[in-house]
Design a protein around this ligand. Structure first.
Ligand SMILES: NC(=O)c1ccc[n+]([C@@H]2O[C@H](COP(=O)([O-])OP(=O)(O)OC[C@H]3O[C@@H](n4cnc5c(N)ncnc54)[C@H](OP(=O)(O)O)[C@@H]3O)[C@@H](O)[C@H]2O)c1
Length: 335
């Protein structure tokens, strides 16, 4: 029996800190229109970087005015369908990636925005949209080839652990950076050729000593020193993809004074490329289908962080947990 009231997380005010920006709101389930379905969300993915920047009002392509709903990807079960919906039935397992639809117990959504999946498991959240970002970022932005050297930072994280495997599947030598022994172990099981635990080894030194021809493709989620190191070590015609700069989220951006970056890129014909998945929307459906195929055919191992976050109330802690850098794989909340 569908509950008539449900809870969700709403950003009530802009704030430097996610937890102080949000409140839990309880409301009635809305009525369904003909083309909509009602989904009971069972798991949602935590995107702490995006969440934090959104609540600070620092996502220029969105910048919603409070109050606004939060959370993006969710998996769950269809509980009701509108009168014109033929593609879904009550009981179907589905995934959605609509902004504002993740941090809530129930969602009503147009049926064409939901994707049928085999089962509503948290593992799907590593693929949509996180894995899609890895695939599109590597291929469309990074022009990933084969038999090249690829460096992935935050390689044991949600997006990183998928990027590592996709780069390996494409036939590349993959270097992955991470910040703990447990993460290093995960990366070795995923086939990463050179794991660098940056708390034990110096990334700059290792690249200088062992990668004299440089790095062909850098997929950087971290920013700051990782950005500097990656740019310094780009190969001739190397491509550096700015996937994120999580080391600076929730902080005032560091000012740096140094020669302009063109001096580093010009002599190598190298490039630095910004990447934001919504700007590559046309590639999403194909990437999603390819990732689901890889996952269902056991060619892709996915990692959900084992720490349990239960319920809407736990989301601020989950955001802090991810920003603290402790997670191994995708952080999810269960409802
Ligand atoms: N461009 C896009 O469209 C797009 C889409 C999705 C996500 N992203 C970006 O991808 C990055 C990863 O996101 P995710 O959700 O998958 O997170 P995640 O990688 O699961 O978690 C973040 C990881 O970053 C690493 N990290 C390194 N330095 C850090 C620091 N100073 N503070 C916090 N974390 C640090 C930590 O791992 P280690 O300590 O092991 O390095 C941490 O576990 C973020 O920058 C995010 O904004 C971009």
């Amino acid at each position: 029996m569908t509950k008539r009231r449900y809870r969700k997380l709403v950003a009530r005010r802009l704030s430097p800190d996610f937890a102080t920006a949000v409140d839990i709101v309880e409301e009635n389930l809305p009525a369904l229109s003909a083309d909509q379905i009602l989904i009971r969300n069972q798991f949602a993915g935590i995107n702490a970087g995006f969440d934090t920047l959104l609540c600070r009002g620092e996502v220029p392509y969105v910048n919603p005015t409070p109050p606004f709903d939060l959370g993006v990807e969710a998996v769950g079960t269809v509980e009701a369908v509108g009168s014109a919906v033929t593609a879904f039935q009550v009981g179907d397992a589905v995934a959605t990636t609509q902004r504002g639809h993740g941090y809530r117990e129930y969602q009503v959504i147009r049926s064409d925005l939901a994707v049928k999946i085999r089962a509503a498991t948290p593992e799907i959240l590593t693929l949509m949209p996180t894995g899609i970002s890895a695939l599109v970022g590597l291929e469309q932005v990074g022009e990933m080839r084969t038999q090249e050297t690829v460096l992935v930072t935050a390689a044991a994280g949600g997006i990183g652990h998928i990027a590592v495997q996709l780069a390996k599947l494409a036939g590349n030598h993959v270097i992955g950076t991470c910040g703990s022994g447990a993460k290093a172990k995960l990366l070795r099981t995923l086939g990463c050729d050179r794991v660098i635990n940056y708390r034990q080894e110096n990334v700059q030194d290792i690249l200088s000593q062992h990668y004299l021809d440089g790095i062909d493709l850098v997929f950087d989620c971290v920013g700051k020193h990782m950005f500097d190191t990656g740019v310094d070590h780009l190969a001739v015609k190397g491509r550096f993809v700015v996937v994120g700069f999580i080391s600076e989220y929730g902080k005032v951006l560091e000012n740096v004074t140094r020669p302009r970056i063109y001096e580093k890129l010009f002599w190598k014909s190298a490039s630095v490329r910004g990447f934001l998945l919504p700007r590559y929307a046309e590639h999403i459906p194909t990437a999603r289908d390819r990732l689901l195929d890889l996952y269902y055919s056991h060619q892709l191992q996915v990692s959900v962080d084992p720490k349990i976050f239960q319920g809407i109330d736990s989301i601020p802690s989950a955001v802090n947990y991810l920003l603290s850098g402790q997670n191994c794989g995708k952080v999810v909340v269960r409802y």
